[in-house]
Design a protein around this ligand. Sequence first.
Ligand SMILES: [Zn+2]
Ligand SMILES: [Zn+2]
Length: 405
Amino acid sequence: MVSTFPNSTKINLSRIRPSIRSLQPLLVEWRRRFHQKPELGFQEQLTAEFVSQKLQQWGIEHQTAVAKTGIVATVRGKKPGSEKVLAIRADMDALPIQELNEVPYRSQHDGIMHACGHDGHTAIALGTAYYLQQHRQDFPGAVKIIFQPAEEGPGGAKPMIAAGVLKNPDVDAIIGLHLWNNLPLGTVGVRPGPLMAAVEFFECTIFGKGGHGAIPHQTVDSVVVAAQVVTALQTIVSRNVNPIDSAVVTVGALHAGTAHNVIADTATLKGSVRYFNPSYQGFFSQRITQVIAGICESHGARYDLQYHELYPATINNAAMAELVRSVALEVVETPLGIVPECQTMGSEDMSFFLQEVPGCYFFLGCANPDKNLNYPHHHPRFDFDETALAMGVEMFVRCVEKFFG
Ligand SMILES: [Zn+2]
Ligand SMILES: [Zn+2]
């Protein structure tokens, strides 16, 4: 990946207030605890139990078992002046990956690993809740902290919204962050508009007519049909999508046949679609169906297509993105540490919250090549520089202060 940002932006710890810097050992302890006991989506029992225990201990009102394992906590400010409500969202789930890191805090759950940094997100949100509870006199209104399950799939944001987490008291705006190993520690990736892409999956089975490899004229060769489908699908982005817009169509799996001399009866393919511009919602499913139907028809094959719209694009509100950017300017070492060209075709179900209320999702750089902490997300050796934890709390707290200020 070509980086357009400085390779080692030094983090200036003096930008992190002493009362948050002093939380760092706790943040690290919590994060490592979550890391050692990772849980898959909607199974975050231990994680939620620990979060709830801490909130209870600090006297923070909260509701558990929201959308199975989610938690929503409310910290009410004591300063008069505003009735507004700002929400902070953190995801808690891990991935079905066997950890290869040899660290004292490595995963104790076989085949499950926090390889995306959600352990850090949970720790940062918990630290933010703690800090805000101790400093209620400094802000008016209320801050809702949403601990969300199952971001990696099938998605916990939608059921949490359905369960009413944005209501009573009604949320006016929302922020959230992702620890980001594509950016070095000491940087913040933030931009208005689309940050992450919409994602859709499809599975297709092509039914031909199998037969002897030497007698093709008596068959309908599903391999030939599937090959044409794969090639033709590439024209959707290159010929049908406005070149100003970004989109990806990927066929990630193609299976057919068993032997040299047998014409395959069926072929299956699996693919994914990504795009930023919401006006393409429904477009790809329609176009993919047309392409598959047309090619199958011309060969006398049949098909079955399953199409799933998963997460919409993550689109930041301009005013909220500006609020986060101005806060980041106070926290990072140099303005160069603000990275607006941080868009990715990856996806996030934070997008559902951003469809409901104005908000901003941003990336918090946490890679540190000097410490070998720069493996990509979802890699079995993923880990990040934990200095980012205190920086995350500082970012959230300053966002709260600026939002109500
Ligand atoms: Zn992930
Ligand atoms: Zn993630």
